[in-house]
Design a protein around this ligand. Structure first.
Ligand code: GLU
Length: 427
């Protein structure tokens, strides 16, 4: 196979996460006997856009310049789809790796998209709301020919939210001269956003837990659950688990973790965070550090924040029997090996957190048709798609003898490979 990278390096895509994504693809390609030409093509993203742009800081006279990206991994499946993250360490390689993960994820659940991801290298926590608005509008203007309802549809990811999506939609609409809700998903419902999109990733993940619990011989009533992260994914995963009657014993955010052996009152935690910004200072709970959180005595661990948190340093000490990955790329390859050896049942990111992009797909369809569905319809279809994907991955895992992550990747990559083979090479 001809290597598009010069001398074994990854060139401009160099980053730890891209190395991991590539190693994962190479490993699975060998296992499944993937066509060499398709394999080589999938190792690199099809289109990457890098821009730098200025935005005004609060005092008007200070102007800051930032790097920003949008990477589209595979264009063969339909428009590309994936979130935009605002974080201080975003780089091209990381965005490209996340775009590749989106390709496998959308393929795995059968959505008509290829993978994409965007990012701005900035710390949104130190910016004011007007600063974030200016930054977002300029990012959108820079990407005006890159995104669009038929080409590439962004959504929220780490550091972005419904409001950011609303500004993207507005800026894009101003440029094209008419309102175009289908250009982004994860918008506020008033602008053509889908009901139940905000909760979708957490809810979708939790909808898989009963089947996973049955598989390992556990019941949800007895399960002790720990959630790392209390943002959009962690918060709604904790809430859905709580509503299901499971005991969420610990959750954490950037300020640290809170613990209650009898189970945390998740709606109360949400109220506290809405008022105080973080979990810090929450009464009537014990505190744990984010490091301690991973090794707490529990049955189900849900990493739902940043990537690269389950590593060789803590994989041996994890007590959970099930890990359901709400975050993208939370487990390093080496740690994954340890988890497999220890027989910990993993629902991998591209399956566990696919509920977000699934309801994003519903939102896009609703926007294109100007016909909106009820919450009941959306939740039922979400459950159906997630449940079927889980069952199919479990079947591949059992019948072909793979761990769940490998089985999910095999399923995702297979569909893309078939589509690319039948489309052929132009000209
Ligand atoms: N950022 C989310 C993800 O990683 C959602 C993407 C989307 O809805 O397009 O899956």
């Amino acid at each position: 196979m001809a290597d598009p990278f010069a001398e074994g390096g990854l060139g401009e895509l160099e980053s730890p996460l891209y190395r991991e994504a590539l190693a994962q693809l190479d490993r699975v390609a060998a296992l499944m006997g993937l066509d060499d030409n398709i394999h080589a093509r999938l190792r690199v993203p099809q289109r990457s856009t890098i821009v730098t742009f200025p935005f005004r800081r609060e005092g008007y006279f200070e102007v800051e310049t930032v790097f920003a990206y949008r990477v589209q991994h595979v264009l063969a499946m339909g428009p590309t789809k994936g979130g935009i993250r605002y974080a201080p360490d975003v780089n091209l390689g990381e965005v490209a790796a996340l775009a590749m993960l989106m390709t496998w994820k959308t393929s795995l659940v059968g959505l008509p998209f290829g993978g994409a991801k965007g990012g701005v290298r900035v710390d949104p926590t130190v910016l004011t709301r007007p600063e974030i608005q200016r930054l977002t509008r300029r990012y959108t203007a820079e990407m005006i020919n890159v995104i669009g309802p038929d080409t590439d549809i962004p959504a929220p990811d780490m550091g972005t939210n419904e409001q950011v999506m609303a500004w993207i939609m507005d800026t894009y609409s101003q440029h094209v001269g008419h309102t175009e809700p289908g250009v982004v998903t994860g918008k506020p419902p008033e602008l053509g956003g889908s009901v139940a999109r905000r909760e979708a990733t957490g809810r979708g993940l939790v909808s898989l837990l009963p089947a996973a619990a049955t598989h390992v011989g556990l019941t949800m009533e007895d399960a002790r659950i720990v959630v790392h992260g209390f943002g959009n994914v962690g918060q709604y995963a904790a809430l859905a688990a709580h509503e299901m009657g499971a005991r969420v014993v610990a959750v954490s955010d950037v300020s640290g973790g809170v613990y209650n052996d009898a189970g945390l009152d998740i709606p109360k935690l949400q109220e506290w965070v809405a008022e105080n910004g973080t979990l810090a200072g929450l009464p009537e709970v014990d505190t744990v550090t984010n490091d301690e959180l991973f090794t707490l005595d529990c049955d189900i661990l849900i990493p739902a924040a940043v990537g690269g948190v389950i590593t060789v340093d803590n994989a041996d000490d994890i007590k959970a029997r099930i890990i359901a990955e709400g975050a993208n790329g939370p487990t390093t390859l080496q740690a994954d090996k340890i988890l497999n050896e220890r027989n910990i049942f993993t629902i991998p990111d591209i399956l566990a957190n696919a509920g977000g992009v699934t309801v994003s797909y519903f939102e896009w369809v609703q926007d294109l048709q100007n016909y909106f569905w009820s919450e009941g319809e959306i939740v039922a279809r979400l459950r159906e798609i997630m449940g079927r994907a889980f069952e199919e991955v479990l079947n591949i895992s059992i019948s072909e003898g793979y761990d769940m992550r490998t089985a999910a990747l095999v399923k995702g990559i297979r569909r893309v490979a078939k589509a690319k083979l039948v489309r052929g090479v132009y000209p």
